[in-house]
Every structure is written in C-alpha cells, then in structure tokens.
Design a binder for this molecule. Sequence first.
Ligand code: SF4
Length: 189
Amino acid sequence: RESAEISIKDLDQIAKSSFPLCMRHLFEKLREDHHLKHGGRMQLGLFLKGVGLKLDDALAFWRAEFSQKVGAERFEKEYAYGIRHNYGKEGKRTDYTPFSCQKIISSTPGVGDNHGCPFRHFSEENLRAALSRMGVGTRAMEDVMDKVRNRHYQIACTLTFEAVHSSTCDAGINHPNQYFIDSQKILQS
Ligand code: SF4
C-alpha cells in the first residue's frame, strides 16, 4: 500500500492517534528506554517504513534514541546497519515488507522483548491498562477482552480501532499498516 511521506516531528502525534497497540507500545518503549531489542527494531522499523518514514529520517530517529543509551558511536557500529538493511540498503538488498498481524501474532517474544501482539502476548492486567490509556471505555473493553479470551486477536484489535475512532471498520484489521491508513482516513475526513 502506498502512503504519504511523514517526517520525524509528526511521529509522536500520529503514534498517539493512529498506531495500533502493538506499534504504540514499541514506540513508547523506545522513547522511554532509548532502546529496543532486535525483534522490536524489526517490527517497529518496518512499520515506520510502511508509514512513509524515509531512510534518512529513520536513521535520525533511531540514532536520537539509541545515542542516549549506547552513545552515537555504538549506534553507528551496531545498529545503523540493521536500519539500512530494513530499507534494502545492506546485505541482500531485499526491500523488506512490514509484518502482517498474522506474523506478529505468531511471533514468540522472550524476556525483555517488546515486540509481538499485545492482544496475544500481554497479561490481562497489562492489556486492560494499555487499552484504557488508548481511551477504550468500560463497555468496549469487555467486548475486547471477550475476543481475547477466545483467541480472536485481530477481532479484538478491530473492536479497539472502532472504540477509539468511534467509527466502524468493516474490513477488519489484518495489518498494522492498514490500521494506520484506515485511522488516518477517518481522522482526516
Ligand atoms: Fe498489531 Fe495486528 Fe495485534 Fe492489532 S492485531 S495489535 S495491528 S499485530
């Protein structure tokens, strides 16, 4: 899917308004810890590419965060390659596509990882807290938790989308970048 170019200064605002929970969580963790493990860097990095963040801006964005934790030199040595790699500028030069919900849901985050799908991988307590921060009300929350218990994670995400946008999402959510595009369509209309 095509999407417009975005710049670094818009990121905080669009993360709040239009990122699905999986990406919001990674984005907030990165801002908080100035670091993400490999799985998180892949999942968020490719999503941001899909959202329209160009390579130079992506490097500047990740450098600004990681430098606070590991220093600029270590960022260049150990992490810049992975970002260029996501954009197909290193290694086999494959232009990697952002992960689908199915791929994210079936991933297996370990201790200290922040990637994955919160509907599947968060504890009930953490999921409720995160949904509440997104603005999901009591009634919608119970509908979402009901879908989660029945392992219908993408439907839970669709209900979340509908709750925070006060709008229907007939197609259902099957890709984080689709969530973003549909959200922007609603917010800009
Ligand atoms: Fe992300 Fe998809 Fe899970 Fe929603 S259902 S949180 S978009 S992986």
